[in-house]
Design a protein around this ligand. Structure first.
Ligand code: FES
Length: 148
């Protein structure tokens, strides 16, 4: 049956069971990939009008940052993704300092000189004034889009 003959079809000619899904106007967005494409990878790098932008999947959410390192322009998002250790000073001078593992799977290390950035905020870990540009990511109708 053609969509125009289907009594259950909405005005767009589809049978979308959830009006909130798939009704977003994505014509101004850059399609990154199907949602399923992130099942086996932790990032996908796309070219948006000559700019490389990486979309990372972190704890079920998507975050996008520029793939140009603010240090010397290296392909920062091609680096290793990891977490980081921080040291908490003990309350008493006689106690040992506590090590805390944080930022799990959200620190990318630039392959050129090792600067580390949080892919959620874009900030350099030790010097937050150095920051990778971030972009909004939208998930709609089983696909991931970039607003850049
Ligand atoms: S270019 Fe990225 S750390 Fe130097």
């Amino acid at each position: 049956m053609a969509a125009e003959d289907d009594p259950d079809a909405d005005e767009t000619g589809t049978n979308d069971p959830d009006p909130a899904e798939g009704d977003l106007d994505t014509s101004e967005l850059t399609r990154v990939a199907d949602l399923d494409a992130f099942e086996d990878v932790d990032r996908i790098i796309v070219d948006v009008e000559g700019r490389e932008i990486a979309v990372f999947a972190v704890d079920g959410e998507f975050h996008a940052v520029s793939n140009y390192c603010v240090h010397q322009g290296g392909p920062v998002c091609e680096g290793m993704l990891s977490g980081g250790l921080s040291v908490e000073d003990p309350a008493n001078a006689d106690d040992r300092a506590e090590l805390d593992y944080s930022y799990a799977d959200r620190l990318v290390s630039c392959p050129w000189h090792g600067w580390e950035f949080d892919v959620v905020t874009g900030e350099h870990l030790a010097r937050p004034k150095y920051r990778l540009p971030t972009y909004d990511v939208v998930v709609d109708d089983g696909a991931v889009y970039l607003d850049a």
